[in-house]
Design a protein around this ligand. Sequence first.
Ligand SMILES: Cc1cc2nc3c(=O)[nH]c(=O)nc-3n(C[C@H](O)[C@H](O)[C@H](O)COP(=O)(O)O)c2cc1C
Length: 210
Amino acid sequence: MKYIDDLKWRYATKQFDTTRRVLPRDMLKIKEAIQLAASSYGLQLYKVLRIEDKALRKKLRAASYDQSQVTDASHFFVFCRYAKVETGHIDEYLTLKATKHAVPFQDFKEYGDQMKTSIIENMGADKQDIWTAKQVYIALSNALSACAILKIDAAPMEGFDPEAYDEILGLAEKGLKATVILGIGYRSAKDDSQFSPKVRKSLETLFETI
Ligand SMILES: Cc1cc2nc3c(=O)[nH]c(=O)nc-3n(C[C@H](O)[C@H](O)[C@H](O)COP(=O)(O)O)c2cc1C
């Protein structure tokens, strides 16, 4: 299966080749892979920011333990979760669903009310925040897989100060919170990590049949 070979090929890139850019047609595929990620209820309670501004990327690198991928990757993304789930987010999804299914919005009222009760009324702020963050990682994973299939390198990173990112990017005003970051591009020939053997638990350790 080619996909497994692609996953063996990929690695968390430490050093990017600063001279190479990802082509727009490949970027579109990666974006579509993110768009098609599964999410709880299908709500997609996140937004992905692409940071192009060089000065901003320098500032973000300083808030990311000076990890070079932040400035040196061809493209750099900040995956953000919604800071708080609002009834409007659920209605927005149901409006889209009603349009796609060609049925009246009203058909989903009961379903919408159930979602609102479970997510907004019952979940509590902390649990909601963790739940929303989890969705973001599924989107990140889709991006990593798409990159591997396209033979594009990627650096997923949690080594950054989320509060500093929120401040630098003005995320509170956008109702967002920085969750995980991703640099994509092409590996530098000097990046020794590409030659490291993969370290993974054996299938016997990882799986158990009960
Ligand atoms: C959510 C997440 C956060 C990570 N954060 C960082 C990071 O901040 N810096 C870094 O160099 N690698 C980071 N990594 C890369 C992991 O260390 C790497 O995926 C793991 O060691 C397995 O190696 P491989 O991806 O090269 O196979 C992160 C990976 C994930 C999935």
